[in-house]
Design a protein around this ligand. Sequence first.
Ligand code: ATP
Length: 134
Amino acid sequence: MSTIHCRIMTPHGVYKEMDTEIINIETNEGQRGILPEHMPLVTMLKVGKMSTIENGQREEYAVSGGMFYFRENKAEILTDAIEGKSEIDLERAIAAKERAERRLAQKKPNLDVQRAEIALARALNRISVYGKQI
Ligand code: ATP
């Protein structure tokens, strides 16, 4: 089985390096499934889910947007934040969701609406990847 070598970078450094049979990502143009031998690709990632098959096992991640590069069976993901499903702190994500919703509902004059909306999207994405229905 041929695989893709994938390296995931965050501002903290290398988050993970692994081999995967497929990379399912959410790009600005929609969902993409990247298989080995895919043509070269550079695309923007949305706040969304990513899934892979590593050592025969499906893995899921919450990705906080970023860039995806693919060339010659090597993928590189640059993102502000990423968590594997088992790394997600559900309570923290729920608290972040409620905080963002409260800010958006209060509509104070100095509110940075876009920032609050992105924070809400990150929180909802984490809750969704965790597997909680809300
Ligand atoms: P919070 O308001 O709870 O900090 P946030 O969306 O502002 O959430 P980020 O700036 O996206 O947080 O991420 C900061 C760091 O904290 C990153 O390393 C990210 O992986 C981690 N992180 C954020 N929320 C969670 C969570 N619910 N579970 C696990 N790690 C998280």
